[in-house]
Write a protein that binds this ligand. Sequence first.
Ligand code: AMP
Ligand code: GLY
Length: 442
Amino acid sequence: MGLVYPLPSQQSSVGVREINLEDCLGKTVLVIGSGGREHAIVDALSRSPQVEKIYCAPGNAGIGELAFNVPLKDTDVEGLKAFAQEHEVDLTVVGPEAALAAGIVDAFREAGLKIFGHTQAATAIESSKEFAKELMESAGIPTAAYRSFSDFDDALAYVLSRPFPAVLKYDGLAAGKGVVIAQNESEAHDALSDMLLDHTFGKGRVVVEDFLTGPEFSFLCFVDGERVYPMPLSQDHKRAFDGDKGPNTGGMGAYTGLPFITDEDRAFAYKEIMCKAAAAMCAKGLPLSGVLYGGLMKTPQGIKVIEFNARFGDPETEVVLPLLKSDIYDIFEGVATGKPVAEPVWSEGVTLGVVLASKGYPGHYEKGYEIAGLDQVEAKVYHMGTSVRDGKVSTSGGRVLMVVSGGTDLSDARDRVYAEVGKISCENLFYRKDIAHIAFEK
Ligand code: AMP
Ligand code: GLY
């Protein structure tokens, strides 16, 4: 555990190549990020027969069992570029949106380095709510009706002209606090005043949209221009506590095999949402070259988009990628270089994963609690926020671990996961006991 990457002086030097050695050597991959999502990406890459060495920057304790952790920040574009050049990295795979928004893909491509992820400009599909809404409107992609505003009075007048609740979205990065569901005029007044008069998040605009109802789900696709390769659908659980109660979190668990989505729903979402979005980005001269994540809702009026993200979801990736039977290196490389790849093949089974989080998360929590029993677990354990000291793994983040199991059906997967979770002991962790509850409700 906790491998340290070899220093340049310890690397064997490769002289001028007369034959294309790259074609017969195992590949070296650099994964950017440090969460459960990146652990699942590294895990999938480690199953590729072509991949010989994996680096992960900055990585975490669990990732360190499969890859060399590199102490560089995910937004240190220059440092990461220099690392990739020095260590002859064949392909870089970007996890977090912050690295994409920092322009890592543009910088790597300029330097002639292969990288899986969208350009800075194309990342606007996630980083700007207004850009995404305009794209959907122009391409005829179903989403909530909206208007966007920079003026407080105009925004409030529009809110009052529509039924409550109103959805108010700050148009820019707001550390996950940029969406307010206002139940009445006073809540809308306060939120708009924060966003447009006090500029709490900066001088951005606000998108005001209609409130939709129905179950949400996540549709992740690998996208290379107009080529869209779908992954299995999954559902996240955003609230901290059982019964979807408590504050919003980064996600407390997820599963695949959604009981409320029909084949027709999936076909509609693929063709009318994901493919149309990819084509619309091409038409704008901003082709996608990474993962497009559709945050979708099955409303009484059909499937609509709540948001797009420009990256793998977390914790969705941890339940989706274990189902991939194809070689993920081929997919990443094909998308990174604009070459068509064979349609990815997925296992038929379902998966379910439970997040173990530090008590107090998503609010204040303590770190540094030792975790025991991990070696007893007979399921996948993805590390989200751990560190290792003196060979002992301890908590170092809000979301700490995710335990994932497959199963013949969701009840089988659920029983297996919770049996394995019970083997982990740590005095400062809590978890939801009702992941995939929608599948078990009568
Ligand atoms: P977003 O950051 O756009 O994903 O919004 C965060 C969360 O707010 C979503 O996951 C939804 O649960 C909720 N939300 C966003 N937009 C809407 C909407 N138009 N109607 C209902 N809920 C919404
Ligand atoms: N699971 C939510 C996200 O990745 O944004």
